[in-house]
Design a binder for this molecule. Sequence first.
Ligand code: ADP
Length: 617
Amino acid sequence: MEYTVAGAFGPPSLVPGPASLRRKKTSSRFPAGATAAYRLNSASRRIKAVDTNSQDLNVHLEARAEIVADTINPALKDLVWPSPSDETPFWKKEFPIQDVSIELPTDVEKDSNLMHIIHVTAEMAPIAKVGGLGDVVTGLARACLSRGHTVDVMLPFYECIEKQHIADLTLITTYDSFHDGNWIPTNAYRGEVSGIPVIFIEPSNQFFKGKFVYGGSYNELEAYIFFSRACLEWMQVTGVQPDIIHIHEWQTSALPLLYWDMYHHLSLKRPRITLTIHNMEHYGECRQEQLHKCGLDGAIYATTDKAVDDRTIGHNPERLSLLKGGIVYSNAVVTVSPTYLKETLCSGWLSSTLIRNRDKYFGVLNGIDTAIWNPATDIFLPVKYNAQKLEGKKLCKNYVQKGLGLPVESTGIAEGKDVVNGTQQRVPLVVCITRLVAQKGLHLIIQAIKHIEEIGGQMVVLGKAPDDRVEREFKDLADLYNEGPAIRILLMYSEELSHMLYAAADMVLVPSLYEPCGLAQMIGMRYGAVPIVRRTGGLADTVFDIDDHSNSHMANGFVFEGIDEGSLNWALDRAFSLYKSKPDEWTSLVRKAMERDNSWNNTAGNYIEVYNSVRVR
Ligand code: ADP
């Protein structure tokens, strides 16, 4: 079987935006049998709910969180304090499995006009998470499920995925998908992760093999183009036609090209496509021959109004950008915060493309999944707590300090003495949990390490550097500081430790040079770590300086503007000063940060509006 390649039908609509599409009603050819079976399966989902805006529900949740905090916390005498000399580090011990799918009540208000959304993505938390993309897919999918929609995630079946995290894993379809002149036998499995139905695509070639999500010894660009087509091919062979295919980043940005120029001319008629750009820095540079391998004619897209990478014009050969093609060919394009939307319209080589497509370009602030990130129920925390009962947070701090060999404040807590009034000397603990890449402000992280040591604080950096040079630089710093009394630099990825660090922290530092949205500051707030951030992108939309009196009702952290050391030091100094000299004010700030609603339920409605603006009815 060979499909007709792109170009034969002409461009689908270079601006297939909401208005033009609403006019073109297309009748659905959704095969009734297949759909019914599929929906039946979806109906049995165990997803319950996450927070809502409802006052009553929030009161209910707080009350429930208190009960949980009270009942789950082990008595202090049962708490086994860790030590750096433990054979198994405290973050690697066995933890119970967290079943977030049954955690919260079902009384979330359901949307009218329910729809079927399929996310096609390279990452999904917690099974295939590298950064915020994975969190966003899981959090948004769960929020939409709890509002009554049918949601699936399609993910490459990476060899590194730990299968014990997948419930009810079953082979559902064996089919062929096209790559480089051949039809590749491919398996589709269905399973459930955090209450979300997931379809795993497993080609029989070398794609997605290896120890990590990214960086395997196969051509990543070609693998993701293959995956994009394999997802559409699966929909074609099974007859599943969602209302919305939600793609993410450059990895799945070939999908709208394949959809409009190939599969829409076959049997897929109903779906409309939403692209979320989580970070414009990664744009999927692609040679025309590479795109050709999925059956599209690469040359068709090599124009400035389609997918040519403007920076390579005049070069031989000119390159394509999958992300640019995705922007042009998707029905709606979303980026992850309103401020980042403005920034991307003003600068960067994609700005002209985004301006041309402005009528379908939206800024929707990310949320966090408040069931997964909940200090009152978090299975990784030695002691649970909530905004009303903060004693547990202090114990989490002492637990981490002891486990990492950092001096514990002289409160007697670790010996089981008074917890609340035991503070004699206040040493703030700052955490920075991040990918160690230039975007994250590496020189500012290094400056923070030095300055925090100087001003009498403690700091833990948990970071993984994909670049060897950066890894070496931080390794040298770790060798210099890790034996000392104030700083710990841990060069690894650990979901478990990240939860414990957010809980332990008094402050969370996010000094990014640019930050499309940023989750660390939102997670930090949820765990009572006051954010210290640079004013950029989503950080500017979520953190408001306590000394900005024009906006004091929103104030929840410390913000600095410059990328110089002085600007960072000034923010750290102000935070330390408040922490040390005004403990009551500090505690109020902690509570205020914890009570801010950064949940997906607060923001998923904006995505539903975008979906509704493009779907076919
Ligand atoms: P980005 O997507 O650019 O990496 P975000 O702030 O949007 O940044 O999301 C980062 C997510 O990855 C957060 O959930 C953060 O806790 C997590 N994370 C980053 N680095 C690590 C690490 N070394 N170990 C564990 N979690 C990490």
